[in-house]
Design a protein around this ligand. Structure first.
Ligand code: ZN
Length: 145
């Protein structure tokens, strides 16, 4: 297999010891979330301790990668010049079914068509180092299954 060459066309998030399992999973297009084994709730973004109970028994579980748009704005003039060629694009807060909220982009559609409450599914935006950024696209037929 040849590795696809990917240009850096966006700011790329840093990796840390805590977030490494998250990013490793994205290399094979898997979205994973931390869960607190003490209060049995999901945690995002990745942390060393649960923000609710301060427990440190956090484990990684797969996410279904489906959710609803909580809020959306269309960026026409990004401040970061690396994003200029992508404009206009939709920046959104997405509530995953598991109960966490992600700041992300909605892709694969007219950014102006993205609405609050729209069902979305995860898709992937390749980064230059093999990691992938989870972004979202409208769910097929708008139904959730
Ligand atoms: Zn907890």
């Amino acid at each position: 297999m040849t590795e696809p060459r990917v240009e850096v066309t966006r700011p790329e998030p840093p990796e840390s010891d805590v977030s490494q399992p998250f990013w490793d999973a994205t290399r094979s297009s898997r979205l994973v979330l931390q869960w607190c084994a003490t209060c049995d709730r999901p945690v995002f973004y990745p942390r060393a301790v649960c923000p609710r109970c301060l427990g440190d028994r956090l484990e990684w579980r797969p996410s279904r990668g489906v959710g609803l748009v909580y809020a959306v704005t269309v960026e026409h003039r990004p401040q970061d010049p690396r994003l200029a060629s992508r404009a206009p694009y939709a920046v959104a807060l997405v509530d995953l079914d598991e109960g966490v909220r992600l700041l992300t982009n909605i892709v694969g559609c007219d950014p102006a068509s993205v609405t609050v409450g729209m069902p979305v599914v995860v898709t992937w935006d390749p980064l230059s180092d093999g990691r992938q950024l989870p972004v979202f696209t409208p769910a097929e037929g708008g139904s959730r299954g």
